[in-house]
Design a protein around this ligand. Structure first.
Ligand code: SF4
Length: 641
């Protein structure tokens, strides 16, 4: 892989214990692992022993970009990732968080493809990186401050163009659901705010003016034009921020992305602004609506999201916790009196403010809650754990794109330490568009025939979209994984990629080879579609090896998927699904069949070249994927066949 183009050239390494700052050439890793998630996984494999805990100094916290961040014209490759051992995963294991905004591009412009943080500072510090110069600075005055205040203070000191990523009070107190927050309110989960806190790293400020060179800028410009043409949609295109008062929002697209989407910033009546999209919009809406009734509640969900941002708390995990708290309250297990939290006013801002503050500061009952919902239920006892039924996923972020409906998403979730939302989106978006077509929605074009044609091109078989059978789903899962691991290494935006359907074309089938064309133009060497997804397979296998060391036998789903009928989904109330020969049937009340799920898992292991009985990787497949070093590491632990 070419070291001249696409990459900044180095990955910064900061040891907080010794305060030593060095760097390693990116190419040492990029030749086999591209960037982003691939490089982070390799560093982790080499440096984080399975016995290391999330809050141990030996854990690594990696802030990574990919070879497409900062290139011009931007093609939706501006996302960045944070990786390391997560305190949220059970058992604690390697995990990841994917962010947008402008911080990643700025890091690249500051001269680095990524930052590896190790060790633990003896006093609070922040890292400043400007055009190839990195230094640690005292952050005592920032410790205890909220994310927004920290960001504001550092921008005042270092200049408004400096981009900041920071942890909040929840991170400082090592709360399992602590997030990190960056410019443009880009937020990352998996408890990495707590890992920052454990290292006494309050923030990282980056500023740069370096250009990221590409090998064939004209070819990239042509591709950009073609991608924008393929992505053209009719005006009724989908909206992330549904529910937001239209006149109070504005677009806030990620820096350097020319593809654009509905990334929205909302402004309240007092002029306070903040990002308000996706899960942030819904996490407190229903509760607020119920509590305020006839009163004006319209800005409460926005203020709730801002509150979570300010303390650095993950709204997805908090929403799940509130489900459990609400049930405990109704069962009389938790009360206003025995917790100091006004449950009787759930849905109000006062309730949420008290809950988030106590949780973030581990104050009173917050100490019980701070390690997450499952651990809190163990501490509360009184059979409260039985009230966690069908709403907690791995990583405690709730359930999305239900495996009982999609089947393939069950395999994808079973193989990951957290909900792999980017992988789930590839499957679910296509079906959601088909549901619109089946419901005869105006302008919907993903018919059953289109669905099958897309499935054949992208997932290897038309059986992938017959939801009456478990056949074809294992193959689909391998294709989705290979592509999405590549995306998270480049790092391409989940909203913009892959281009799986095209509204204005004859067959409406997208093009999975575009990613390889874009990368070839950026790096100046030809990488074909198959070769690129082969790299994805390599990174899948690398993460699999990490998981074998840390959490062997965790290819499972929460039990309720096999026992409790699927709940109604407002986007598809009748649960309609495409079946055999294109027949439409309903999956209302479906459960996963355990025996067929296990059989599908064995098929998946076989397609991956792993041992079908145990799921262990084979030396043969690891060596074929140029992972001999990984095979040797697994052999020492008797984790390879
Ligand atoms: S498509 Fe939207 S979320 Fe994705 S990189 Fe572009 S602006 Fe950001």
């Amino acid at each position: 892989m070419n070291r001249e183009f696409g990459y900044a050239g180095d990955v910064l390494r900061v040891d907080l214990t010794s305060r030593r700052i060095t760097s390693v050439p990116t190419i040492d890793y990029a030749a086999r692992f591209l960037g982003g998630r691939g490089i982070a996984a390799k560093v982790y494999w080499d440096e984080v022993a399975p016995e290391v805990k999330a809050f141990d100094p030996d854990n690594r916290l990696m802030f990574m970009t990919g070879p497409l961040a900062g290139v011009s014209p931007g093609v939706g490759g501006v996302r960045w990732l944070v990786c390391g051992k997560s305190p949220t995963a059970k058992p604690e294991q390697f995990s990841y968080a994917n962010l947008g905004g402008s911080w990643g591009t700025e890091l690249k412009r500051a001269g680095y493809d990524g930052i590896i943080i190790q060790g633990e500072a003896d006093t609070p510090v922040y890292l400043s990186v400007t055009n190839g110069k990195a230094e640690l600075k005292d952050a005592s005055a920032l410790w205890g401050k909220s994310t927004l205040e920290t960001r504001g203070t550092l921008k005042e000191q270092l200049g408004s163009q400096t981009r900041i990523v920071t942890t909040g009070p929840a991170g400082e107190h090592r709360v399992a659901m602590a997030t990190i927050l960056a410019d443009n309110d880009a937020s990352g989960s998996s408890g990495f705010g707590a890992v920052m806190g454990s290292k006494r790293l309050k923030a990282i400020a980056v500023r740069g003016s370096r250009r990221v060179e590409t090998a064939f800028p004209e070819r990239l410009t042509e591709l950009n034009r073609e991608i924008r043409r393929l992505k053209k949609t009719s005006p009724s295109g989908s909206v992330w921020g549904a529910g937001v008062t239209p006149e109070k929002k504005r677009l806030d697209i990620c820096r350097g992305c020319s593809l654009g989407c509905e990334r929205l910033v909302y402004q309240d009546k007092d002029g306070r602004e903040g990002k308000f999209i996706c899960g942030q919009v819904g996490f407190y809406q229903v509760r607020a609506q119920r509590y305020y009734g006839e009163q004006d509640w319209s800005e409460v969900p926005f203020h709730a999201a801002m509150l979570a941002n300010d303390y650095g708390v993950d709204v997805f995990a908090l929403g799940t916790m509130m489900m459990w708290l609400s049930r405990c309250y109704r069962a009389g297990i938790l009360t206003d009196e025995n917790t100091g939290i006004p449950f009787s006013r759930m849905g109000s801002l006062e309730f949420l403010e008290t809950l988030i503050r106590k949780l973030s500061l581990r104050e009173g009952f917050g100490e019980v809650l701070a390690d997450g919902t499952v651990r809190a239920s163990e501490k509360v006892g009184k059979e409260s754990e039985k009230l966690i039924t069908d709403y907690v996923s791995k990583g405690e972020q709730g359930i999305a794109y239900d495996p009982r409906y999609y089947i393939t998403t069950g395999l994808l979730c079973a193989m990951e330490p957290r909900m792999p939302i980017q992988q789930l989106h590839e499957v679910s978006r296509l079906f959601l568009n088909w549901v619109l077509w089946a419901d005869k929605a105006k302008g919907a074009y993903v018919s059953t025939d289109v669905l099958r044609a897309v499935a054949k091109r992208f997932w290897g078989s038309e059986l992938a979209v017959d939801l009456s059978t478990y056949e074809g789903k294992a193959l689909t899962a391998t294709r989705v994984q290979d592509r999405r691991y590549v995306h998270e290494s480049l790092i391409l935006c989940d909203w913009a990629w892959p281009i799986i359907t095209v509204e204005f074309s004859d067959d409406h089938v997208g093009d999975p080879s575009l990613e390889s064309k874009v990368l070839s133009a950026a790096l100046g060497e030809e990488i074909g579609e198959e070769a690129l997804y082969k790299i994805g397979e390599r990174i899948v296998n690398l993460q699999r090896a990490i998981m074998a060391r840390e959490a062997r036998g965790s290819d499972t789903l929460p039990e309720f998927h096999f026992t409790m009928p699927m709940r109604d989904d407002p986007t598809n109330p009748q649960g309609i699904a495409p079946g055999e020969n294109g027949e439409i049937f309903t999956k209302k009340g479906a459960v996963l069949d355990r025996a067929r799920f296990e059989e599908m898992k064995r098929e998946f292991y076989g397609l991956r070249g792993w041992d079908t009985a145990t799921g262990l990787q084979t030396k043969a497949i690891l060596e074929a994927l140029d992972l001999k070093d990984v095979a040797t590491g697994l052999e020492q632990r008797e984790l390879v066949t």
